[in-house]
Design a binder for this molecule. Structure first.
Ligand code: PEP
Ligand code: MG
Length: 600
């Protein structure tokens, strides 16, 4: 049998190298980095293999029992995967496994099909698929993108149960991920559950392609954490790609090349080798200081969303956390808010993980594209609505709770507080007054905190950038949120695909606001950082440093590349070109100037 398979694959290899083999390209959503080259291993959803028949009355209870056993086996399978998670597995994986376990006990998923068997005499698989279809329709109607994407979890749990019912114990083949010809395998599927992805990592499959999925789907999140090249949302890759087809995944471009010609394959092999060399070289910079050629020290910080991400920040040698987006602690909790204790534990964990390096915690930036379940953000124009600090000031108890939790964590390491979306002087005053109130409350109970904790303002509304003296007088530091500053200055919704082409981070208006902010802060002697997307873009590093910025905060994955760029810059040679860029109101001149900076 093994010999037969070997022969089969060898001949297929020859076949796929045929000159006339039609090559084609699929475009999907890029969710991670890197290039993967290998042969397709197709995974078919079990639902496609489901039989439909009616069960005789006397066999109904046995059929019910068959489904119950499959549910128990599915739970055992999940527990086993969970208990075998390696110590360095991304923490969200365990959470995803828990969500799948929860679904297995949910009445809508686990009990309703049993009732369908009893009332309609459907066989177990048919009953399960019938109920799953009902649930999927309900999920489809949910407006929240994140929750709607959880429908993929339901499909994955159903797939696991169905495979057990049909008799295929695991959804992924027990393979090393390398076939008999020693070529790597790429999984192609309608969708892949995060639990299966964990096995997929262990079996050394080199990439995956799915029909389903979006940027915030679990599979996308896990692929980023595991660093596996992947393209999701291809629509119909699992129908177009055949078993054993040669595939190339260029995950940064979101492109899949099916049956590539030999010359293309060679080209990507070379690109892959270059990329590996680059990553290896970058990793060596972890402990190197970010100092420009002319001796200017730059502070590179990490943006994180959860305490667990502090590990990644440490791994790339970040000088601290420049932005902890605390709202992620408030999301996906089915209406409950994190208590003071819960928040305190999360902040303390982050502070301790950063081992003495500062952690800047941003207070709840809720609203617009970051809704929290039980907080009503249904305004006409959410980006301009009751967002961030505006919301917190209308909910004093919620805000005080968060401030107390942050203050308590400040007793365990260096903590700064960052306030999002400030634009009015009275908002600054009210915020500082509430911070004093939170401090008084802690003092009353003899609870320790850093009495000199620094408070900073995010500059992300043009009004703030135009009234900087108001901020530098009252705040200890500034941090520019370029994502929102661009959105509000250029009047384009950052989530609206239709105006995405107008999103321009080097629009002269943005450059003017950045220049004004850094100059005013430097004159006043208060630190100013950039924590929006511009900070991690190596094409802009020279420009930003030349403008006077010395602190940049970005996702950990971008930090080493930026550090390398910093080390290649001689600021004295950039001055003239930067002056020219800042004097210009013409986008072509600005673009030329930025290109010229790269060549210096
Ligand atoms: C920003 O607006 O640039 C920022 C860093 O905050 P967020 O992306 O979380 O809105
Ligand atoms: Mg923002």
């Amino acid at each position: 049998m093994r010999q037969l398979r070997h022969w089969w694959r060898k001949n297929l290899a020859r076949a796929s190298n045929r000159e006339n083999m039609a090559s084609f390209t699929l475009q999907g959503i890029p969710v991670s980095r890197g290039i993967a080259i290998g042969r397709a291993h197709l995974l078919h959803p079990a639902a496609l293999e489901v039989q439909h028949y009616l069960v005789a009355q006397e066999k109904v209870e046995a059929e019910v029992q068959r489904l119950q056993n499959a549910l128990l086996d599915a739970e055992r399978e999940l527990q086993k995967i969970r208990s075998e998670l390696p110590a360095d597995a991304p923490p969200e994986l365990a959470a995803f496994l828990d969500v799948h376990s929860l679904f297995l006990t949910d009445p809508m998923l686990a009990h309703a099909p049993l009732e369908i068997i009893r009332s309609r005499h459907y066989n177990a698989e048919w009953a399960l698929v019938t109920q799953i279809d009902v649930l999927l329709v309900q999920f489809e109607e949910i407006e929240d993108d994140y929750l709607r994407e959880r429908k993929a979890d339901i499909e994955q749990v159903a797939d696991r149960i169905l495979k057990l019912l049909i008799g295929t114990a695991t959804s992924l083949p027990q393979s090393t991920g390398v076939d008999e010809l020693n070529t790597h395998m790429i999984v192609v599927a309608h969708d892949i559950s995060p639990a299966d992805m964990m096995q997929f990592q262990n079996s050394a499959f080199v990439g995956f392609i799915t029909d389903e999925g979006g940027r915030s789907s679990h599979t996308a999140i896990v692929s980023r954490s595991l660093g596996i090249p992947a393209v999701v949302g291809t629509g119909n890759a699992s129908h177009l790609i055949k078993q054993d087809d040669w595939l190339v995944i260029d995950s940064e471009a979101g492109v899949v090349i099916v049956a590539p010609q030999q010359i293309i394959l060679e080209e990507y092999r070379e690109k892959q080798t270059v990329l590996h060399r680059i990553y290896k070289k970058l990793a060596k910079l972890k402990k190197t200081l970010a100092i420009t050629k002319d001796g200017t020290a730059i502070t590179l910080l990490a943006n994180i969303e959860l305490p667990e991400h502090a590990t990644a920040a440490g791994e790339v040698g970040a000088c601290g956390v420049g932005l902890f987006r605390s709202e992620f602690l408030f999301m996906g909790r089915n209406g409950s808010l994190p208590s003071e204790e819960e928040q305190f534990i999360a902040y303390k964990k982050t502070v301790q993980a950063m081992k003495g390096r500062p952690v800047t915690i941003r207070t709840l930036d809720v609203g617009a594209d970051k809704p929290v379940d039980d907080i009503d953000t249904s305004t006409l124009n959410p980006a301009l609505g009751l967002r961030a600090i505006r919301y917190c000031l209308t909910e004093p108890q919620l805000f005080l709770t968060q401030l107390r939790a942050i203050l308590r964590a400040s007793a365990f390491g260096k903590v700064n507080i960052l306030i999002p979306m400030l634009s009015h002087s009275f908002e600054i005053d009210q915020t500082l007054a509430m911070l004093e109130q939170a401090k008084r409350q802690l003092r009353l109970h003899d609870i320790a905190f850093d009495n000199h904790i620094k408070v900073g303002a995010m500059i992300e509304v043009p009004a703030a950038a135009l009234c900087l003296p108001m901020f530098v007088q009252k705040m200890d530091f500034l941090s520019i949120g370029t994502n929102d500053l661009i959105q509000y200055t250029l009047a384009i919704d950052r989530t609206d695909y239709a105006v995405a082409h107008l999103y321009d981070d080097v629009h002269p208006a943005i450059l003017q606001l950045l220049a004004m902010t850094v100059q005013t802060a430097n004159k006043a002697g208060i630190p100013v950082a950039i924590c929006g997307g511009m900070a991690g873009d190596i094409k802009l590093t020279r420009l930003l440093l030349g403008m006077g910025f010395r602190e940049l905060s970005m996702p950990p994955a971008q930090l080493l590349e930026v550090k390398q760029e910093v080390m290649n810059i001689d600021l004295s040679t950039c001055a003239m070109t930067i002056k020219k860029i800042l004097r210009s109101y013409d986008s072509v001149t600005i673009a030329e100037g930025i290109r010229a900076l790269q060549l210096l």
